[in-house]
Design a protein around this ligand. Structure first.
Ligand code: FAD
Length: 453
């Protein structure tokens, strides 16, 4: 009987152990993607991710067709959809890669009730849950986690894509991508996405190749938002269009000092280990004391942040880059997140939600881990009382050209004035709150929280 390959965020053929195992079984293979908005409930994929998904699935289908196969698209609850395909085709075995989001673990348990579910590793450098302390406990802090991970790395070399996938006698019915309405309708919000990205395995490989050529400069340039110093692989990695092992080996072979880059891949693994330990990390403070922090309810200020109208050029540039491209430079993500949490004293979960909807790399583990890191509420976190000064960060990391690109109202200002325009030019808002006032308010809120604890 045919074998199902159940795809989620592993949309590639190279170094994809589920495809490899299914191909090796010698049975006909039915690759299936289920658009499951029911199991994740309010964690259904955000709008920017849906744009990406549409294009990534289209590419994967084309790549599968070149191997004599195709992609079957169905919508509904994963286990119910796969059970229907079983009734239609007699398939009994499902190959899939392990996923660690709580809703995917639920779905895996449900699928395993009716199928012989064979799960494989390969979306992370090391299988989450396997890097443990001497006493077998999972790490809560990144640095020892990464130190222990390095003992088991490098990852195995990447495996080639299957050269052929046997087709079943008949193909089960499939939706079309257009049925799913994944692309935004008017206004054409995704114009900037199209200019910035090529979703799919070939697009991921091209990004990696470009980056490998300059990986040795990563350490020096990664904090400069005006510089194309980072890999921009995050959405490709999130959707599994490229395996982290492939990235690791390509970058390591490129030579030079790449340890810092590899350790960033380590943060990606670390985040998965955290959501495995704390499945509700996206909504629950890692440190309970933060439950008592008196957050402000300020919908207009939240909207100003979302729309890049805070009067802080570096924050506004970042939020507009996010809106336009679905991505924001990491240094600016930290500044913008810190601004929301500390300057506006708005709950980090509101920011996490906005990123969830607007990032093309929106990732439950990475997003929660980083928001909680900035907030100070995480298991491994920056201290809340260390309050980033956005204006000096902007100058320190040379963001003038970056601001000019994303905030046209400030384009005429020189490199010095642009970080903190003395008098905001016409059309650009005054600062939503002064830095010193915001700082004092945040520290007072934190002190109040401490008193409650
Ligand atoms: P590079 O610097 O080239 O790094 C290579 C890869 O390592 C990235 O593609 C990513 O997969 C991984 N990585 C790098 N930094 C981190 C990190 N701090 N945490 C986890 N993985 C990392 N990253 C996401 O992938 N999804 C998110 O939803 C997400 N939300 C974030 C929210 C906030 C508030 C902050 C401060 C950071 C967030 N990040 C998130 C982490 C980081 O900003 C992005 O991974 C990075 O900017 C992606 O760009 P790049 O591919 O050029 O990264």
């Amino acid at each position: 009987s045919p074998t199902i390959v159940w795809l989620r965020r592993d949309l590639r053929l190279h170094d994809q152990a589920a495809f490899r195992a299914a191909a090796q079984s010698g049975n006909p293979v039915i690759p299936v993607y289920v658009l499951d908005d029911e199991t994740p409930k309010h964690r259904r994929m955000g709008a920017a991710s849906r744009w990406w998904l549409h294009h990534s699935l289209a590419r994967l289908d084309a790549d599968l067709r070149a191997l004599g196969s195709r992609l079957v698209l169905r919508r509904g609850k994963s286990d119910a959809v796969l059970a229907a395909i079983r009734r239609e085709t007699g398939a009994r075995v499902v190959h899939a890669l392990h996923h660690y989001e709580p809703w995917w673990r639920l779905a895996e348990r449900a699928v395993a009730k009716t199928f012989d579910l064979r799960r494989h590793h390969g979306n992370f450098l090391l299988p989450p849950g396997t890097v443990t302390t001497g006493s077998g406990q999972p790490y809560k802090i990144y640095t020892p986690f990464w130190r222990a991970s390095l003992q088991q790395l490098p990852p195995p070399p990447p495996q080639p894509a299957p050269t052929r996938l046997a087709a079943p006698e008949f193909w089960p019915q499939s939706d079309t991508l257009d049925d799913w309405n994944l692309l935004p309708t008017a206004p054409d919000w995704a114009g900037g996405f199209r200019e910035t990205w090529t979703p799919g395995e070939a697009g991921a490989a091209a990004r990696l190749e470009t980056f490998a050529g300059r990986a040795a400069r990563y350490d020096a340039q990664r904090n400069l938002p005006a510089c194309p110093g980072t890999s921009m692989l995050s959405p490709h990695l999130h959707f599994g269009e490229i395996s982290p092992a492939t990235v690791w080996h390509a970058v390591a072979e490129a030579g030079g000092s790449v340890d810092v880059f590899l350790s960033e891949l380590g943060w990606r693994d670390y985040a998965q280990n955290l959501i495995l330990q704390c499945p509700d990390y996206g909504v629950r403070n890692g440190r309970e004391a933060f439950d008592a922090l008196p957050w402000r309810d300020a919908p207009e200020e939240l909207a100003a942040w979302q729309q890049g109208r805070t009067g802080y050029p570096i924050v506004d540039a970042g939020m507009r880059q996010l809106w336009h491209t679905g991505w924001m430079h990491n240094r600016v993500r930290m500044i913008a997140a810190s601004f929301l949490i500390k300057h506006l004293l708005i709950d980090w979960r509101a920011g996490e939600q906005w990123f969830w909807d607007t990032l093309v790399d929106a990732d439950y583990g990475a997003n929660a881990t980083n928001w909680q890191w900035v907030a100070g509420s995480g298991l491994d976190a920056n201290m809340f009382v260390r309050i980033m000064a956005p204006l000096s960060q902007s100058a320190k990391f040379d963001a003038a050209a970056y601001i000019r690109e994303w905030v046209p109202e400030l384009r005429h200002l020189d490199d010095e004035a642009i970080h903190d325009p003395a008098r905001p030019p016409r059309g650009y808002p005054p600062k939503i709150i002064a830095h010193t006032e915001a700082r004092a308010r945040a520290l007072a809120a934190h002190a109040a929280m401490k008193q409650m604890a």
